[in-house]
Structures are given as C-alpha cells and as structure tokens.
Ligand binder design. Structure first.
Ligand code: COA
Length: 142
C-alpha cells in the first residue's frame, strides 16, 4: 500500500472512495472540484491517500487553524477495512500536521459511528463528553 499526498488529478477517485465509504459528500459546496483544488493549493500536504496500485483504498484530509489540527473524512474502502489502514492514515495525517507545528489533534465523530470511535480511542484520542459541537452554515450545500 502506497501512502502519498493527493493532487487534484486524484479528485474523481477521492469522491468515488467517499461514496464507497458512504460518507456524505457536498459536491456543490466544499467538495466541489474548484473548492478542493483551492484547498490543495493552500495546503498541499494535507490531502493524503492510500493506494493499492491505482485504486484509492483510503484517504484522510488534515486541516488546522494555527492552534489545533483536525483529521477529517478518514475513509477506508469497505474491501480494505480491518487491516490497520485507517491507523496508518491517521498517523500520516498527524505527521503532516506536526510538520506545520501542530501538537493538538481533533476529530469530530458522530456518536453512532462505532468504528471511528474505536479507531480514535485506539489511536489515543480522548472523548470530551462535556463539549457539544455547534455549527452555522450559509446553506445546505456548503
Ligand atoms: C472508520 C474506518 C476509517 C476504519 O478503517 P479501518 O482501516 O477498517 O480501521 P483499522 O483497521 O485501522 O482499525 C483500527 C481500529 O479501529 C477500531 N475499529 C475499526 N473498525 C471497527 C468497527 N467496525 N467497530 C469497532 N471498532 C472498529 C478498532 O479499535 C481497530 O483496531 P483493532 O483492529 O486492533 O481492533 C472505516 O470503517 C471507514 O471508512 N468508515 C466509514 C467512513 C467514516 O465513517 N469515517 C469517519 C468520518 S469522521
């Protein structure tokens, strides 16, 4: 399995992976080709994929605000699960953030997502059940 930075040439494969992983995608919002291309130009280190030959078997997107980092959209193709690939991607995302001076890593996980919660705990993440996530959106497609 080859783990490498993604480029915009990987865009279609990335969306296909998210579909296979049943992650919600916002193709008219932050997941549009133009939006992802802009993000990749700003943060080329933070889009990471795992490849079995030409097939994208997993991916993770990192981001940070200068203080804390986030690992977003960790996804592994159903055929490649249970082999430690998400752990490798998590470590790769954390390494990329560390290279940018980030030492705190966060994950937002739905409470019903048992696999992701299991992954997070295994990777040393601590659940803060006294914090609630709030967001405000400029529309349903963003
Ligand atoms: C969550 C996900 C990325 C895990 O990928 P994976 O490559 O199978 O995970 P790993 O093999 O690296 O497993 C690491 C640990 O996660 C936990 N885990 C993985 N799958 C699990 C499951 N179905 N139930 C409970 N714990 C699970 C286990 O602790 C596991 O360690 P173990 O195998 O030693 O028990 C994958 O199930 C996925 O893509 N899910 C859909 C997308 C998604 O919901 N992403 C999260 C968005 S926030």
């Amino acid at each position: 399995m080859n783990i490498r930075r993604l480029t915009i040439a990987d865009y279609r494969e990335l969306l296909k992976l998210w579909e296979r992983a049943r992650l919600p995608v916002k193709p008219r919002g932050r997941d549009s080709r133009a939006h992802i291309a802009r993000e990749m130009r700003c943060s080329p280190d933070f889009f990471i994929g795992a490849f079995d030959g030409r097939l994208m078997a997993g991916a993770v997107l990192a981001s940070h605000d200068g203080r804390k980092g986030w690992l977003n959209r960790i996804a592994v193709d159903p055929d490649y699960r249970g082999r430690g690939l998400a752990q490798r991607l998590t470590r790769a995302g954390e390494r990329a953030l560390r290279r940018h001076g980030i030492r705190i890593f966060g994950l937002l996980i739905h409470t019903r997502n048992r696999a992701s919660l299991g992954l997070a705990r295994k990777m040393g993440y601590v659940v803060h059940d006294d914090i609630v996530y709030l967001s405000k959106r400029d529309g349903e497609h963003v």
